[in-house]
Design a protein around this ligand. Structure first.
Ligand code: ATR
Length: 352
């Protein structure tokens, strides 16, 4: 599927405010570490440029990726070599610190503004296309966070507003202050919790969905099965990639592998094609540090699936058979802690 003539990259609209992106985006996070060692800067830049040449124009970063904002700095350098007006650049604010057992979040208006100024500088741009709250600070009314974001839109510093991992109630309240263009949510064959409430709500309100970890952090490419989990990475302790859980999850990979053979594509292409087929309002952002894998992912756009195919693929990954939580810490809005000069106490337990 990866070979042959250039894949025609479709474009989709996210939200109802005018944002148009390539159907397949690119998650830049891994370029500065996380699931692997950081790649050399010139490699990172060349992958971003390669993606652009293949029709991918939607790039995702965050101020919290990489040490000392390394990811935004890298993306900024790559952008210098691309036509700005043809790129849709997304970044995020809000995670002050991310630790295995807790995530410290800040959504105060002053913090929102200072983060935006910082990101604009590091990225070397005059505006951010899509600016997300990376996690929701439940100690600040969402109306206050949104009020500041709205001002940033009015000032032309950001074009569109997004939220990552909000609850349905937060989405409704935020959308009432200023239209939300996209929700960035974990969504893949083995993480489907947004199907019940979040996707129907986003369709009701006309909000796009940007699935992160759409290839299950590499699981559907055989990470942990065909090749081992890279040492000293987040995956070494991830519940789905370790111990008995990984053993149980292997059966899921084997089923997808068999279905992929039937469709004449790779397992990861099938998993990504499944996400791509979930609607015209969905634009996933798989990440990779390798051109070969990027080509593989781009090839998923060519995989055509019928309703019956989609059902067979969904049925091959029954959610109750997936072993392990989707995240290391359940880092969602109900369990955030706002950074207020002091970090959370050592024995602070996030409620489930
Ligand atoms: P996230 O959104 O959290 O970055 P993801 O996009 O689901 O997660 O998965 C990213 C991981 O999938 C990366 O570790 C990447 O590994 P490489 O950098 O080695 O490519 C892996 N991955 C992405 N595409 C892949 C492919 N086609 N084959 C194998 N692994 C792939």
């Amino acid at each position: 599927m990866a070979e042959g003539k250039q894949v025609e990259m479709p474009r989709v609209k996210l939200g109802s405010q005018g944002l148009e992106v390539s159907k397949l985006g690119y998650g830049c996070m891994g370029l500065t570490g996380g699931y692997n060692a950081p790649v050399p800067e010139e490699v990172g830049i060349s992958i971003i440029k390669y993606a652009f040449d293949k029709g991918i124009t939607f790039y995702d970063t965050s101020d919290v990726y990489g040490a000392d904002h390394a990811n935004e700095l890298l993306v900024g350098k790559a952008l210098k070599q691309l036509p700005r007006e043809k790129v849709q650049l997304a970044t995020k604010f809000g995670i002050v610190k991310s630790q295995p057992t807790c995530v410290i979040v800040n959504g105060t208006p002053e913090y929102v503004r200072s983060c935006c100024e910082g990101s604009l500088k590091r990225l070397g741009v005059e505006y951010i296309d899509l600016y997300y709250a990376h996690r929701i600070d439940t100690t600040v009314p969402i109306e206050e966070t949104m009020g500041e974001l709205k001002k940033l839109v009015e000032e032309g510093k950001i074009k569109y507003i997004g939220l990552s991992e909000p609850s349905p109630d937060t989405i409704r309240r935020a959308h009432a202050v200023h239209p939300i263009t996209a929700l960035q949510m974990e969504y893949s064959l083995w993480s489907r919790d947004i199907e019940e409430e979040i996707i129907p709500l986003s369709r009701e309100l006309g909000i796009g969905i940007v699935p992160y970890s759409p290839v299950g952090r590499g699981f559907f490419g055989g990470r942990g099965i065909v090749d081992s989990v890279p040492p000293k990475t987040y995956l070494e302790t991830h519940p789905r990639f370790t111990g008995e859980n990984l053993e149980k999850n292997k059966i899921i990979y084997t089923r997808i592998e068999a279905l992929a053979k039937k469709h004449g594509c790779t397992p990861i292409q099938l998993a990504l094609a499944w996400v791509l087929h979930q609607g015209d309002d969905i634009a996933p952002i798989p990440g990779t540090t390798k051109i070969k894998n990027l080509d593989d992912n781009i090839g998923s756009v060519r995989v055509k699936l019928t309703k019956d195919d989609l059902k067979d693929i969904s049925d091959a990954v029954p959610i109750n058979e997936v072993a392990g939580n989707r995240q290391l810490s359940e880092a969602f809005e109900k369990i955030t802690w706002r950074y207020a000069n002091t970090p959370p106490p050592k024995d602070y337990k996030f409620s489930a």
